[in-house]
Design a binder for this molecule. Structure first.
Ligand code: HPA
Length: 234
């Protein structure tokens, strides 16, 4: 048992999907996995293990923000020997050419977070996705006929920025969306020599102010969840 995950070694699969919302972890396990078994309920941050196409897969809620995903993903890597970690989350578009409901694969994650100081206080580390997972997920998206945008994202510590245009410079440097977890996941994976990827459904737009309805979110998330499961079992 680790501090925040109440599972025994062996309860968690080599590949784990990471939604922010623990109820979404429950939904993914109950909808897509065969014989799902819950292994964690500490802080209601639910975790499940089952199989997909016969391959063991786990789903673990992470909570919101880099400190929270930093804790759960670190314990998965260091206490449970998890090798492949795929965040399945939502993000806000910061560019007019990145529309609502589409899926973004974060090949890199820029950040304003001090989380990076834990590893390299003197520079600006470039957190990147696992090439292996990125390639597999782009190939799976092609097989599924699912359009994806691949590139940089911006992982921020602040949801309610007081400067409403804070994102414009990140967008000008090519970041497509803003979210709050990918960079910490990528840094933990780099430090522990593991494979990580963040896939994100665009749930709202900071450019136009539009947001998806709960029903739309549910449907586009289904595509992304399937993509994540196809990626880790390919
Ligand atoms: N900002 C940060 N994180 C997010 C957003 C956003 O607009 N939408 C979904 N996750």
């Amino acid at each position: 048992m680790s501090v925040h995950i109440g599972a025994s070694k062996g309860d968690i699969a080599e590949s784990v999907l990471l939604p922010g919302d623990p109820l979404r972890a429950k939904f993914i396990a109950e909808t897509f996995l065969d014989a799902p078994r819950q292994y964690n309920e500490i802080r209601n941050m639910f975790g499940y293990t089952g199989t997909y196409r016969g391959v063991p897969v786990s789903v673990q809620g992470t909570g919101m923000g880099m400190p929270s995903i930093g804790i759960y993903s670190w314990e998965l890597m260091t206490q449970y020997d998890v090798q492949n970690l795929v965040r399945v989350g939502t993000a806000g578009s910061i560019r007019a050419d990145i529309p609502l409901r589409e899926v973004v694969l974060a090949s890199g994650a820029c950040t304003d977070s001090a989380y990076v100081n834990n590893f390299l206080p003197d520079g600006h580390y470039a957190p990147i996705a696992s090439w292996e997972l990125l390639r597999k997920s782009a190939e799976a998206a092609d097989r599924m006929g699912l359009k994806v945008h691949v590139g940089n994202v911006f992982s921020t510590d602040v949801f309610y920025h007081t400067d409403s245009y804070y994102y414009e410079k990140w967008a000008a440097m090519g970041c497509m969306v803003t979210e709050m977890e990918a960079a910490a996941l990528y840094m933990n994976a780099a430090c522990n020599h593991r494979n990580a990827l963040a896939m994100l459904t665009v749930s709202d737009s900071l450019v136009t102010g539009e947001a998806t309805t709960a029903e739309e979110r549910q449907n586009t998330f289904l595509d992304m969840m399937k993509l994540a499961l196809e990626t880790v079992t390919a």
